[in-house]
Design a protein around this ligand. Structure first.
Ligand SMILES: [Zn+2]
Ligand SMILES: [Zn+2]
Length: 292
């Protein structure tokens, strides 16, 4: 425990909120008193006083809570919450799925060698909203930012039993502009959406059919509505956005896979769980007659 404890305090000392995962890299189950989001969407996970409930929402920099957490889950894995709250975004490179460090894009920075042979490159969060999602246009690279977390050293990878470890001794640096452009880019949309005879669009809220003049702006508006919705309106807003984005899919303005990924990322950034997100997207697409 002392090695993990020292590492947890060191991370917290950098301002990175830490929490504890179960031995399988999954969050610890909620206590009996804490409802799931399905049971009570109004339960404030961010403000919940429980020590280990609600996954990364339990993350803290408070030394007393950290000690109590490690005592409560003595064989857990240490994790760091990423995103604006931590001032961190992490590029997660998985060579087993084709990921590789791109030195033109990725400046040398604080680096963790993962227990599965990959790399975590830690960068300063640029501010604003950075979605946790696959890096656009890359295989085997994920962005861990708002609504995300990473397993931290010296945790042992549950499958390989090898430790996560820092390498290189570098400080956390800011992203190069080229990487920031990729990481902060809105999800990809077709620059020239077409409306074909075989795939007619359904009418929008204003009853019009046909060409979407600015798909990038329209998609950004839908996603922004999701990420800025009031807590009590998050699920309804995501459903509404899913219907809007489904109409864009029907107009060939966005690839359906990218559409679902974009909505999922926005839902996560708005602190919704994956089950609610999936239900809202499937429902929204179904109600627009668009397959998911
Ligand atoms: Zn709770
Ligand atoms: Zn609880």
């Amino acid at each position: 425990m002392s090695v993990l404890h020292d590492a947890a305090l060191a991370a917290a000392g950098r301002g990175w909120p830490v929490f504890v995962l179960g031995r399988t890299k999954r969050p610890v189950a909620n206590c009996a008193d804490c409802p799931t989001t399905e049971q009570d969407p109004g339960h404030n996970r961010e403000a919940c006083p429980c020590l280990t409930c609600h996954g990364f929402y339990a993350a803290t920099t408070d030394p007393d809570r950290i000690r109590a957490m490690l005592t409560a889950v003595p064989r857990g894995l240490l994790a760091i919450r990423t995103g604006a709250v931590a001032g961190l975004m992490v590029v997660d490179i998985d060579p087993d799925h084709g990921g590789a460090i791109d030195r033109d894009l990725m400046a040398p920075t604080y680096t963790v060698a993962t227990g599965s042979g990959g790399w975590h490159l830690y960068y300063a969060h640029p501010g604003g909203s950075v979605l946790s999602r696959r890096m656009p246009g890359r295989h085997g690279i994920d962005i861990k930012a708002d609504g995300g977390y990473v397993v931290a050293p010296p945790s042992l990878h549950p499958r390989t039993k090898r430790p996560y470890r820092t390498v290189g001794g570098r400080p956390v640096v800011e992203m190069r502009r080229a990487l920031a452009a990729v990481v902060c880019a809105p999800p990809a949309v077709s620059p020239t959406p077409r409306v074909t005879a075989t795939r007619p669009t359904t009418p929008g809220p204003d009853g019009r059919r046909g060409r979407i003049s600015s798909p990038t702006a329209l998609l950004a508006a839908h996603l922004n509505a999701v990420t800025t919705a009031a807590p009590g309106a998050r699920r309804a807003t995501l459903y509404g956005a899913a219907r809007g984005v489904a109409r864009m899919v029907a107009a060939d303005a966005i690839d359906p896979t990218d559409a679902v990924a974009a909505l999922t990322g926005a839902g996560r950034a708005a602190q919704q769980n994956d089950r609610d997100i999936r239900a809202a997207i499937v429902g929204g697409f179904r109600d627009e007659g668009v397959p998911t």
